[in-house]
Design a protein around this ligand. Structure first.
Ligand code: HEC
Length: 463
């Protein structure tokens, strides 16, 4: 029947705390009031600490109830609670200390000052609990906030997945993030300019001091949109001049959303939003380094066969059907040994032939390796004049030709490759020729080891 009393008293804590605060501050101030031989205020000071102590006790009990019923975390309230207990004990202590005195001496004053300090710390912690840490600072100008070293987390705006963006909910994934990014700083529960909270659908539907801001189906009659397209110098233009302005697309999206009924659960597809309008918010996943395949992973048996033959072989990443193969420990590997790799050749994405006896013929064998992405031919007698064959490999991205006899003219044959990103040619004739090659430009990055990077047509940085 009376179970509501606990929670009710708990909720009265923010109200009740002001009683001890007021009374105790009065007591502390009075303790420092200039006095002659006899302190005429002493009875009042005593009374202040007695009544303040009782009030602090009551506030503490209600605070404990609030902690119990409102689900505060113990770590958050701990210090505040200890502070509250110390305040009550300190007040009673001062009362007893002053009971038989007729002047307040420096010891009593120091005690009173300490109590005042504890009171302020406790009060501050309590305020942070109910209003949030940045209750005061968040209304300061942004420049001043950053001057104070307060990190302002910028709102990111909408972010949609590349695949299936159509299924994203229009309101929660697009409209609300736009409002958060452009309007939230002034229209949130704590800072409701124009009595408007734009951080939730509920707040949005509730409208502001001039009434509703959303008229379903009619963007021009909805303040939520209409104010955005007012001339910038119109005093009703939103966001106010000088603040971040939403982009053309963002404004168009708000308009579409209203025209489509301003619904909370509609998807982008249902609202008929085109990819063009949403393009800038789609997160593009980086292209994977190795090609995508549907090849199933190679059986353990087949892997074991390769290993017994002398190769090092493993999947390029767990679950992938593509292989990383190295022949560097296959003593005496030569062109004719390639046959042993034929059964898995479609799977080879990374091939290390460094230091082997391969020749011309190997380049012919590599021809059909359409998944080959990394090829290492370091320290081989690879014939530079047939490099054009490698330019045909559709996925080759990295080519290692360190310590070979390849020269710059031969490397030029690789220019027709559409995939090649980097060629490594340390300690080669090409590396020596390159610095003096004048304006020679290659469509891939040439690493020659002497720290002079080739200028790409797209390069803007001059090394
Ligand atoms: C820099 C602070 C600031 C930002 C940012 C801001 N507003 Fe406002 N807004 C105000 C102030 C101040 C008022 C009250 C004065 C007025 O009505 O023009 C207001 C009022 C409004 C009103 C009228 C509410 C009513 O019923 O009177 C609407 C609608 C509104 N804003 C929409 C927006 C939208 C949408 C955004 C984001 C795109 C936005 N505001 C961003 C400061 C801001």
């Amino acid at each position: 029947m009376l179970e509501f009393l606990g929670p009710l008293l708990g909720r009265m804590h923010p109200l009740l705390v002001h009683l001890p605060i007021g009374i105790l501050i009065f007591g502390v101030l009075l303790s420092f009031f200039p006095q002659k031989e006899k302190n005429t205020y002493l009875p009042a000071i005593r009374l202040a600490f007695l009544v303040g102590g009782i009030a602090a006790l009551g506030a503490g009990i209600s605070g404990f109830l609030q902690y119990q019923f409102e689900g505060f975390a113990w770590e958050d309230v701990r210090v505040h609670l200890v502070g509250g207990v110390l305040t009550a004990l300190g007040s009673f202590g001062l009362f007893f200390h002053l009971r038989k005195k007729d002047v307040i001496q420096s010891k009593g004053k120091a005690f009173a000052l300490g109590l005042g300090l504890i009171l302020m710390i406790t009060g501050h912690l309590g305020g942070s609990l109910t209003h949030g840490e940045n209750y005061f600072t968040e209304v300061l100008p942004l420049e001043f906030q950053s001057f104070l070293g307060i990190e302002i987390q910028p709102e990111k705006g909408p972010q949609l997945p590349e695949e299936n963006w159509e299924e994203a909910v229009f309101y929660s994934k697009v409209i609300q993030p736009i409002l958060n990014q452009n309007c939230k700083s002034c229209h949130n529960p704590r800072n409701q300019k124009g009595d408007l909270d734009l951080t939730t659908m509920k707040g949005l539907l509730a409208g502001g001091e001039d009434g509703l801001v959303l008229t379903v189906g009619e963007a021009k009659h909805s303040e939520l949109f209409a104010r955005l397209i007012l001339p910038k110098d119109d005093e009703k233009h939103m966001p106010p001049a000088g603040k971040r302005q939403p982009s053309k697309e963002e404004i168009a999206l708000i308009e579409s959303w209203i025209k489509n009924g301003g619904k909370e659960t509609q998807t982008l597809a249902e609202a008929g939003i085109s990819r063009k309008l949403i393009e800038q918010f789609i997160l593009k996943s980086e292209l994977p380094f190795y090609p995508k395949t549907s090849l199933a992973i190679l059986s353990a048996d087949s892997l074991a066969t390769l290993k017994t033959a002398g190769f090092f072989a493993e999947a390029i990443e767990s679950g992938s059907g593509l292989l990383k193969v190295s022949c560097t420990n296959f003593s005496g590997f030569q062109d004719s040994d390639w046959e042993k790799l034929s059964p898995v050749k479609n799977r080879i994405a990374y091939l290390d032939l460094s230091g082997t006896q391969v020749t011309d013929a190997i380049l012919d064998s590599l021809e059909g390796l359409f998944n080959l992405t990394v090829l290492k031919l370091n320290e081989t007698a690879v014939p530079g004049n047939s490099l054009d064959q490698l330019a045909q490999l559709p996925h080759l991205k990295l080519l290692y030709l360190n310590k070979t006899e390849v020269n710059l003219r031969e490397l030029e044959q690789l220019s027709s490759s559409k995939s090649l990103q980097k060629v490594f040619a340390y300690l080669t004739p090409a590396a020596e020729e390159f610095p003096n090659s004048g304006k020679m430009s290659l469509p891939f990055l040439l690493e020659t080891g002497n720290y002079s990077l080739p200028k790409l047509p797209s390069d803007t940085i001059v090394y």
